[in-house]
Design a protein around this ligand. Structure first.
Ligand SMILES: NC(=O)c1ccc[n+]([C@@H]2O[C@H](COP(=O)([O-])OP(=O)(O)OC[C@H]3O[C@@H](n4cnc5c(N)ncnc54)[C@H](OP(=O)(O)O)[C@@H]3O)[C@@H](O)[C@H]2O)c1
Length: 244
């Protein structure tokens, strides 16, 4: 299968306004790609050549369907979808002021929106294969969840499972399905917690390098230890991550 991003590509990237998505946007534009970014505050980004910004709340499924259809109609050459936008509600269900509405948004943005975007853009990705790809931004928490943010961890486990099934479905179509599994990254999502974080730019560079290889699953930084530890000493990562 031809590796994605080998030529200047047209890329739809969700969540390009902050953290890892903003760093990926910078790097992809600098490499000469065309980037369409979707976020609630996308149009607050500074305009740059090759950058298209669309404001959308990805927790609104009807809007996601509408915008996906609009992009599919306007961009016949779209070849890469990067499902990066995500949100994490940092609380435990047992806490008295737990906001149950936040759980709906987590599922909608982290899991349902990526699936709806794939579905809405499938014809474009198929038409531009080989060299086209769906890239899902995953987390080590998919394998070893922590005590708080139960639904966030569950959505990332769901995204991991979705990536596998989608790979089976699209393999024959020669559309690559790539999951980049990240360690802790220093972004607004993790502000004020965690140690040994990598920078958003380090994460972005590793994700883009991984997309270029076309490998289906990429474990980045310390996350590389997780598959090994889960086979040999699963109790250790379970203990380390559950309290984090
Ligand atoms: N940081 C980490 O340690 C880490 C580790 C593993 C995986 N990840 C994953 O990496 C991805 C990026 O995370 P990050 O750390 O860079 O987070 P971040 O800095 O908080 O950025 C999140 C992005 O998602 C967008 N977003 C959030 N809610 C949205 C909504 N309802 N509709 C549209 N866009 C929305 C935000 O844009 P607007 O605010 O403009 O809407 C923003 O661009 C996420 O999928 C996250 O789960 C992060």
């Amino acid at each position: 299968m031809q590796a994605p991003l080998s030529l200047p590509s047209k890329i739809l990237l969700t969540g390009g306004t902050s953290g890892i998505g903003a760093a990926m946007t910078d790097r992809l534009l600098a490499a000469g790609h065309h980037v369409i970014t979707l976020a609630r505050h996308a149009t607050r980004l500074s305009p740059r050549p090759g950058l298209e910004m669309i404001d959308i709340d990805l927790s609104d499924s009807a809007e996601v369907r509408r915008v996906a259809a609009e992009i599919a109609a306007r961009h016949a050459d779209l070849s890469v979808l990067i499902n990066n936008a995500g949100l994490q509600y940092p609380a435990a269900l047992t806490e008295p002021d737990f906001d149950s509405a936040a759980m709906e948004a987590e599922v909608a943005v982290n899991l349902l929106a990526p699936a709806l975007l794939v579905h809405g853009l499938l014809d474009r990705l198929r038409a531009n294969a080989p060299g086209s790809a769906v890239v899902n931004i995953g987390s080590g928490l998919a394998c070893f969840p922590k005590r708080r943010t139960a639904l966030y961890c569950a959505t990332k486990a769901g995204l991991h499972s979705f990536s596998q099934s989608l790979r089976y479905q699209l393999g024959a179509e020669r559309v690559a399905v790539i999951e980049a599994i990240l360690p802790l990254v220093d972004t607004p999502m993790t502000r004020g917690r965690g140690r040994g974080k990598i920078t958003p730019d380090e994460a972005a560079a590793a994700i883009i390098a991984a997309i270029r290889t076309g490998r289906p699953e990429i474990w980045i930084g310390k996350a590389r230890l997780l598959p090994v530890m889960s086979r040999l000493v699963p109790a250790i990562p379970r203990r380390l991550l559950r309290g984090s």
